[in-house]
Design a protein. Structure first.
Length: 319
């Protein structure tokens, strides 16, 4: 439900920016609810949203659903959330259409139904709602609930990305990087990664860092690569944490710091970092040599399909 919550917060910020202080809207329950929500007075917010919902305000219907979905001011109840989203969709409210689609996509409060999810994403996307355009693009990219169509996916990603939706910017960059649904173009890939990275999208920050490390679409620059890797790593991106470890090991020649970053990523389940941590233990790099620990981490990485770890295990057993 992380994605649901993230889009909820995006919609909340948009509404807060569009809504002046509630006092200006005397008698408008929705605006009072937004003010209460912003002040973290969630029970009061729920009461105001309910008043607005009873008046048929689609915004209030939607945010009352959000409160039930995430447990703000009420006990979490996904089925109740779906009920209020559905009422808001009857008034063609795009965010509610998108959230109802997400509920169908994830089987949250309703039976999972990828086709029904796609239908609701399409309705919201047709109104220009960026998160729905992105989510529908993902469905076309994967063929989940719709026929797979990479070109349609790219078109939808672009529509969403041009509205500054960071996940769409990231996915459009990946399409350009791999030549999926569009001609491969490393400069375009780096440009879209940067747009998303500047919005603090951790995966985009990692991808942009990798572009700088490899010189893909930008001038090769290790210092800039590390800058973006660090931004992503501090947000918990384990691929970035692993890359920082590699930079410290090969570039900065600081095995202790390399070990620290490998360990951080490995403990969070990154297979590449688990293999690298095993390698550090096997060779005494940044840590005291410990073949038992090395084997443990190689096994963890190998269990995730990491071929380097499998080879390292095989070589250990030959010795």
């Amino acid at each position: 439900m992380r994605k649901l919550t993230r889009i909820f917060l995006l919609a909340l910020m948009v509404s807060v920016c569009q809504t002046a202080f509630a006092q200006t809207f005397k008698g408008d329950p929705y605006s009072w609810g937004m003010q209460f929500f912003e002040n973290k007075e969630y029970k009061k917010a729920v009461n105001s949203f309910r008043d607005g919902a009873n008046q048929g305000d689609p915004r209030a219907l939607f945010y009352l659903g959000n409160c039930y979905l995430d447990g703000y001011g009420v006990e979490k109840d996904a089925q109740e959330a779906v009920k209020w989203y559905r009422k808001a969709t009857e008034k063609h409210y795009a965010p509610a259409q998108a959230f109802l689609g997400l509920c169908y996509d994830e089987g949250n409060g309703v039976a999972r139904d990828p086709q029904e999810a796609a239908k609701w994403f399409q309705k919201a996307a047709a109104q220009g709602y960026a998160p729905a355009q992105h989510r529908l693009g993902v469905k076309y990219q994967t063929g989940n609930g719709v026929p797979q169509d990479q070109q349609k996916a790219v078109k939808l990603f672009r529509k969403s990305a041009e509205q500054d939706f960071d996940d769409a910017q990231l996915d459009l960059g990946i399409c350009y990087l791999n030549g999926t649904g569009v001609a491969k173009n490393l400069q375009e890939a780096a440009m879209w990664f940067k747009k998303a990275a500047e919005q603090n999208n951790a995966k985009a920050q990692y991808c942009l860092g990798y572009c700088y490390a490899q010189g893909w679409g930008v001038a090769q620059d290790n210092n800039t690569a590390v800058k973006w890797f660090l931004k992503a790593a501090k947000q918990g991106n384990t691929d970035a944490q692993n890359c920082i470890g590699i930079c410290y090991l090969n570039g900065a020649d600081d095995p202790q710091k390399a070990f620290k970053w490998f360990q951080m990523a490995a403990e969070n389940g990154n297979a590449g970092a688990q293999n690298n941590l095993g390698y550090c233990y096997m060779n005494g790099i940044g840590v005291k040599k410990d073949l038992q620990e090395a084997e443990k981490w190689f096994q963890k990485a190998a269990a995730q399909g990491n071929n380097d770890a499998k080879n390292n295990l095989e070589n250990m057993h030959k010795q």
